[in-house]
Design a protein around this ligand. Structure first.
Ligand code: GAL
Length: 688
């Protein structure tokens, strides 16, 4: 797990997103008072309010937020100020249309939504620098301001950019990376289909093509370029804010979206990372049903694990507090009684030390009239506000856990080149999406908590060795540096589990001619002799492992041993490769590698976890059914044990060791019933 983060909340803290520009001034003081009375001590403001400060080009007025902050100043409320660059004003986009982003066919997006700008327009950057400078200069010293949010949800709404400024910046990015066209042509395999470039001006961001199919190596660089542009846009703002923020205050940004190296952004521009958690998307009636198929809101635990890998003690800038809905898209049921608490506890169990609800009161205007907040339009006390109060009550019993670490039993290795390659390569995507989902589900239903662990340019073996077991499901792209860190991990005693197609490609996304698993062959002691997708008409191919038959997923690498230490643990049971190796184990240094030819399924993951000796690590403490998640955070030898019931019906758990229920402060042991959506936090005085 990554250690670095410059800011940490001193105690578990609640907040909400507030838009003073949406309400009559007469409501401000009353709203703040009601928030404080409900345990909300931080608000985020300003992230879409550019025109309130620069109503026309070059004319700055601070009156609006000065007035609002004067009201805040008479209370202990803390403020996170947002830079408003996600919504450029109409005067700006109208006078300088080059700041607008375009569709892939070059048609400009127009004013009226948000995030319609491009990161690379020098004109937009100039205006952003100025507004951020003015805001920082004027507001950062305010005693109630404690932090800054840059923009809003970098790469949300769209993560693709096709404006003229992006084309120009992409060429520069490539010139920096490759220096010569010869190197670029080689890296992109441009000789294929006669794509060789003879002038930098011939190169574009991806454009409309037949089947929307663009050179895959170019696509991979294009995604790297988007990430690079977003990071530099964010850093530009953070460099300005740094001049003004008070010591102890923080800079963050919110969200987690595609085409973004969140680790690099955090390292280069932020003090702490914040995420927007909307588990109710799982019930959005018009969303892709595939997303609702498994585990519903519980799958946000997977997102939160991703967030934790960027920043172990993160914040939730927007935590769902009402039904989702825009007037133009999406509808969903309201959270049921108990679900707001459940989702807040899900965030905290996974590492959040700050939870800020979106939003205080539902907007009565605009696209988000159906994106519900804590209060409804009528502004009366309601069951959601009551639930916030309950959350606050709970938070008071656990507030000391801020900074406590999440306890994972194993890690899943990630790497941006592979994430991005799987977006442009459908073979890669089918394998990795299916395996990662299945590993996550296995981790949930077999109560074996996991972390994501990123292989970054500077990842050291120490970050890996804290995990006795690492899955790297389908590391198609390998580099010398990443292979070397994995080798060290195994040498020092780690158990590395690899799946099909490992080592197929290099960093450009081109296939290598070395037999798979390529750069890892030395530590796997294995070789891939043949391979196939499982066809729709094929009978299911199992593997036999220790006398037990189990499924092998959707793709099969047919393996062989090469190393002297290597041995076949399991063989395929049918089809033309019946009897051939499906799983090879190799000892290397103090550790071992399990090279599996298939893709991961919840059933085979269970067998891998059991084989590695880490299945259900908390089994001696408590027994919980599949419908509940266990999350444990630890600090200074103290453990907070969260049990989260995602089911809409009662669940029974058994505490095998005695523990304190932190709500009642009573000592409990044995059977406990959790009502629908109920959560518990226990402290159990036993060494874990
Ligand atoms: C987030 C965004 C908020 C609000 C919310 C509900 O993505 O940051 O500004 O739009 O979703 O749609």
């Amino acid at each position: 797990m990554r250690k670095q983060q410059n800011y940490q909340w001193p105690e578990i803290t609640l907040g909400t997103c507030y838009y003073p520009e949406h309400w009559e001034r007469g409501l401000w003081a009353k709203d703040l008072e009601r928030m404080l009375a409900s345990g909300i001590t931080t608000i985020r403001i300003g992230e879409f309010a550019w025109s309130k400060v620069e109503p026309e080009e070059g004319r700055f007025t601070y009156e609006f937020f000065d007035d609002f902050l004067a009201v805040v100043a008479s209370t202990p409320m803390k403020v996170i100020f947002g830079t408003p660059t996600a919504t450029p004003p109409a005067w700006l986009t109208n006078r300088y249309p080059e700041v607008l982003n375009c569709r892939i066919d070059g048609v400009k997006y127009q004013h009226g939504m948000r995030r319609h700008y491009n990161y690379n327009s020098p004109v937009y950057r100039k205006f952003c620098k100025r507004i951020v400078e003015k805001l920082g200069e004027h507001y950062a010293k305010h005693p109630n301001v404690v932090g800054w949010q840059i923009d809003n949800e970098i790469n949300c709404e769209t993560a693709e950019f096709y404006s003229d400024s992006d084309i120009a910046a992409f060429r520069k990015f490539l010139q920096r990376k490759y220096e010569t066209l010869e190197k670029l042509n080689t890296a992109w395999g441009a000789v294929f289909w006669n794509q060789e470039y003879t002038d930098w001006e011939e190169i574009y961001v991806p454009r409309l093509t037949i089947h929307n199919s663009t050179n895959p190596h170019q696509m991979l660089d294009y995604i790297r370029f988007i990430s690079d542009s977003a990071v530099s846009f964010c850093k530009m703002q953070s460099d300005i804010l740094r001049k003004y923020v008070k010591p102890g205050d923080f800079i963050t940004t919110n969200g987690m979206f595609q085409n973004m190296d969140n680790h690099r952004m955090t390292d280069e521009a932020l003090d702490v990372y914040t995420y927007d958690s909307y588990p109710n998307f799982a019930y959005c009636l018009t969303e892709d049903p595939k997303h609702a198929a498994n585990l519903n809101d519980r799958r946000w635990s997977n997102n939160l694990s991703q967030v934790r890998s960027v920043c172990p003690h993160f914040g939730i800038m927007e935590q769902q507090s009402g039904a989702n809905g825009w007037n133009t898209r999406m509808e969903a049921p309201a959270p049921k009684p108990g679900q707001m608490m459940l989702w807040a506890m899900q965030s905290i169990a996974h590492g959040a030390d700050f939870v800020s609800f979106f939003r205080w009161r539902t907007s009565v205007m605009g696209t988000e009239i159906y994106w519900h907040g804590i209060l409804d339009y009528d502004n009366r006390d309601n069951r959601k506000l009551e639930e916030v109060r309950k959350i606050y009550k709970r938070v008071q019993t656990i507030k000391d856990l801020a900074g406590a670490s999440y306890r994972a039993a194993f890690g899943i290795v990630q790497d941006y080149s592979n994430i991005w390659d799987s977006q442009v390569d459908v073979w890669h995507q089918r394998l990795v999406w299916s395996s990662e989902e299945e590993i996550f589900i296995a981790s949930q239903i077999y109560h074996t908590p996991m972390d994501y662990v990123y292989l970054l340019e500077d990842t050291q073996v120490d970050e890996l060795v804290e995990y006795p077991v690492l899955f790297y499901p389908h590391g198609l792209i390998l580099s010398e540096q990443k292979a070397a860190v994995l080798k060290e991990y195994v040498e020092q005693g780690g158990c590395l589990i690899l799946g099909a197609r490992t080592g197929l490609k290099d960093e450009t996304g081109k296939c290598v001619m070395t037999p798979m698993p390529g750069l890892l062959a030395e530590i796997t002691g294995s070789d891939v002799k043949d391979f196939t997708f499982v066809g729709p008409a094929d009978e299911e191919v199992l593997m036999e492992w220790n006398g037990q038959k189990m499924d092998t997923g959707i793709f099969h690498d047919i393996l062989d041993t090469t190393g002297e230490e290597a041995m076949v643990l399991a063989r395929y049971t049918s089809d033309y490769y019946k009897g051939r190796a499906a799983l090879v184990e190799n000892t290397f240094g103090k550790g071992k590698v399990l090279h599996f030819g298939g893709t991961f399924t919840r059933e085979n993951v269970k067998a891998f976890l059991a084989y590695a000796g880490i299945l259900e690590p908390w089994n001696a403490l408590l027994d919980v059914p599949e419908g509940c998640e266990i999350g444990i955070r630890e600090k200074g030898g103290k453990n907070w044990i969260f049990v989260l019931n995602y089911m809409n019906k009662e669940q029974e758990i058994t505490l095998k060791a005695a523990g304190i229920d932190l709500d009642t402060e009573e000592r409990v042991q044995g059977r406990v019933r959790l009502s629908a959506y109920e959560t518990k936090v226990y402290q159990i005085d036993i060494a874990l």
